[in-house]
Design a protein around this ligand. Structure first.
Ligand SMILES: *[C@@H]1O[C@H](CO)[C@@H](O)[C@H](O)[C@H]1NC(C)=O
Ligand SMILES: *[C@@H]1O[C@H](CO)[C@@H](O)[C@H](O)[C@H]1NC(C)=O
Length: 177
């Protein structure tokens, strides 16, 4: 009887710890409300994608990259892709149209904010990078480096919807709680 009570207590403690961890994760991802980013992107999507002259190649959408990412690698992949956009794409892109530039800057700011939020999450939970995520990230950087830098930047901007849809799918339900 006593042993049973102890194991019940242990189970309750385990359950509590797991739910704390899940809640911590959820809280981290709440700050990633990407719908306003999607809205900002929708307004410039056509203009950006029209400037992309290499419709036959892709940077993010190859089957072996984003779509094969396992749940365990989502945190790392999100972190890597945010860094990809912040450190490469937004820096390499030259925009002359002030209205478009304003939208891109707003998206870039949101990405910086998400990076900060993820950094805080990392202190509380694991955001471990396995080979799978590292390799997928390398493929994306290789795709980028194969194009001339301005074409690569515009193409990556045009593929923002792929990245945003992927975040949406993989962090699904987290912002509702
Ligand atoms: C894609 O098209 C461009 C020209 O439109 C061409 O130069 C390039 O070689 C093509 N790339 C591939 C991978 O087919
Ligand atoms: C990652 O890439 C390395 C080097 O190309 C390869 O040896 C390894 O098997 C890959 N790992 C996974 C999990 O794909």
């Amino acid at each position: 009887m006593k042993a049973q009570r102890v194991s019940l207590w242990l189970m309750a403690a385990m359950f509590f710890l797991c739910s704390m961890r899940a809640r911590g994760l959820r809280r981290c991802l709440i700050s990633m409300d990407i719908h306003h980013i999607e809205e900002a992107f929708q307004e410039i999507k056509k203009t950006i994608q029209a400037k992309d002259t290499f419709q036959n190649v892709t940077i993010l959408s190859t089957s072996e990259t984003l779509h094969s990412i396992k749940p365990l690698d989502v945190c790392c992949m999100t972190k890597n892709l945010l860094a990809f956009y912040v450190d490469k794409v937004f820096k390499d892109h030259r925009e002359l149209n002030p209205q478009i530039l304003r939208k891109i800057s707003s998206i870039a700011n949101s990405f910086l904010y998400m990076q900060k939020a993820l950094q805080q999450c990392q202190e509380q939970m694991q955001c471990h990078c396995r080979d799978e995520a590292t390799n997928a990230t390398r493929i994306i950087h290789d795709n980028y480096d194969q194009l001339e830098v301005r074409s690569a930047a515009i193409k990556s901007l045009g593929e923002l919807d792929v990245f945003l849809a992927w975040i949406d799918k993989n962090h699904q339900g987290t912002s509702a709680a």
